[in-house]
Design a protein around this ligand. Structure first.
Ligand SMILES: C[S@@+](CC[C@H](N)C(=O)[O-])C[C@H]1O[C@@H](n2cnc3c(N)ncnc32)[C@H](O)[C@@H]1O
Length: 305
């Protein structure tokens, strides 16, 4: 063993740096809507309430001025708390841990599958890809650190601030690192890619576990996430609300769409909870990349309260 320790913090710090360096000239509507939604969650929690913000990041999307004094940030990027302090002049309590609870195990498995036993020598690419794709279904990521923290601290309100869509991105980085410079994915999107499918299935299990922990938390839930990612320069708008975000899309021409939640339906995954609010909007993240954002609120069910 083993892949380099501390990989998650480094990967997240790199992603966050790239995120903050993007041209934000077309982000005004996104930032206004996400801050309004998360701000409403924080105000509903009230000054005396206990709130937990997952994926708190640098606080670009989080109106910390509305957060009560006991509000806790959670983000495994080691710079997130510092950046929040610089942006909001405040030093909140913080948890720096993996929200999926499974990325360490994924990175270890990827390393073992791609390397000869007891050696730093990488196996031949096709063999390594096949081995890893075959072993990945055995991993069952469980959001245990999050569940344990919630059991101990019982937050009344939990905000998931645009974090779920990143679980798959970070999982792919862990796999790519194990291949040490060899691109592990099939180049032609028309061809099957069993390894990519296995990583997507891992991501779906991680998101499902994360949402089950939130649904069982007894807290008022305010969730914002990437619901869809569109590639291409075709302008899109959203039509009237529909169950599926794809049915809401209005645009001309060919669009390539991907699902950052890897098939997880959030409403179904929050079993036993009834959503009271749902909004979607378009976020033009960058040239040729547009995200469909979704904001959902799930108040505590009667049994919980
Ligand atoms: C798209 S950014 C959200 C930005 C943030 N809401 C803000 O206002 O700056 C996603 C955040 O989730 C964090 N994150 C992603 N995956 C994580 C994981 N598995 N565990 C803990 N934090 C994670 C990242 O470090 C990043 O700050």
């Amino acid at each position: 063993m083993n892949r380099r320790p501390g990989f998650l913090g480094r990967d997240l710090a790199r992603e966050q740096k790239a995120f903050l360096r993007r041209d934000r000239s077309r982000w005004d509507e996104h930032l206004a809507r996400i801050r309004a939604f998360l701000g409403e969650g924080l105000q509903t929690a009230g000054l005396g309430g206990s709130a937990l913000i997952l994926g708190a990041g640098s606080g670009l999307e989080v109106p910390w001025a509305l957060a009560g004094p006991g509000t806790v940030g959670w983000d495994a990027d080691p710079w997130s708390r510092w950046r929040t302090a610089l942006r909001h002049r405040r030093w909140p309590p913080w948890v720096f841990a993996d929200l999926t609870g499974g990325l360490e195990a994924l990175a270890d498995l990827a390393w073992r599958a791609t390397h000869h036993p007891g050696s730093a020598r990488v196996r031949e690419g096709a063999v390594a890809r096949r081995r890893l794709a075959g072993l990945l279904p055995e991993l069952d990521p469980q959001a245990r650190p999050l569940a344990a923290w919630i059991r101990e601290h019982r937050p009344g309100t939990i905000l998931a601030a645009n974090v779920m869509g990143q679980f798959g991105v970070v999982a792919r980085r862990a796999v790519e690192r194990a291949f040490q410079g060899v691109w592990p994915w099939t180049a032609d999107p028309e061809l099957p890619d069993p390894l990519a499918e296995a990583v997507d299935a891992w991501t779906a299990r991680a998101i499902g576990s994360f949402l089950a922990v939130l649904a069982d938390s007894g807290a008022d839930l305010w969730l914002v996430h990437d619901r869809g990612v569109l590639f291409g320069d075709v302008p899109v708008t959203l039509g009237p609300m529909a169950d599926s975000w794809v049915d809401q899309l209005r645009g001309r021409g060919d669009l390539e769409a991907s699902d950052p939640l890897c098939g997880v339906q959030v409403l179904q995954a929050c079993r036993g909870r009834a959503g009271t609010r749902c909004a979607r909007w378009i976020w033009p993240v960058a040239e040729g990349q547009t995200h469909v954002m979704e904001a959902l609120r799930f108040p505590p069910s009667k049994v919980d309260s």
